[in-house]
Ligand binder design. Sequence first.
Ligand SMILES: O=C(CO)COP(=O)(O)O
Length: 253
Amino acid sequence: MRKQIAAANWKMNLTLQQGAQLLDDIIAKPHDLKEDQLAVFAVPFPYLAMAQQKIEGKKNVFVAAQNCYSKKSGAYTGEVSVEMLQSLGIQYVVLGHSERREYFNESNQLLADKVNICLEYNITPIFCCGEPLSIREANTQNEFVAKQLEESLYHLSAEQIQKIVIAYEPIWAIGTGKTATSAQAQEMHAALRAQLATKYGQEVADNISILYGGSVKAANAKEIFSQPDVDGGLVGGASLIVDEFVAIINALK
Ligand SMILES: O=C(CO)COP(=O)(O)O
């Protein structure tokens, strides 16, 4: 049974004190995470240790990094290795967010290297994919996203691919208030799962969680998460607001 996941992506927001308060407030609210449901908080690097401490002993709650480097160690000033993350007890890393692809020129090949090193260290990549508006308008989004997966993930074995979480985030829906309709999300998620099934078989494809991201909020989470191939969300803006994110966690199916 694949996991249903509510993942917060704080991006480059909040001070340490604000982040600590937000986590305290969210954790204090009642939520009812079932066996196969997870809450994940992708926080800025300097807050990882604080966040790990806050969630200690909380069942099905994890902290994620928002990025890592593709090399093991060495003279890479300013970068953070997966070994460093592992030494903090971090088990998830967001990879290939569209903001990193756009502003930091992350290519599908670089992301393949990052995926590999994460798996080597037993850290689960939350691999982001998604098309810009021009591609959606040309109705070539399925091919575009298929290529992202093909170039970054399809060198993996069937055993390895089941360790990946995929997050579909149409760029035109990120931070814009413009959500993909639940039908648009379901259509892409089903296409991704069908593609994974063609490559790895249906059983493997059925084990892979595919999250939706892009203007998810309390008001639309239930509808989006209710789609059969949508296994939760990767949430930006609404993850910074206590009641919003708690409602999103509680909207997991
Ligand atoms: O990029 C996102 C999550 O990674 C989505 O951001 P918003 O929820 O702010 O649209």
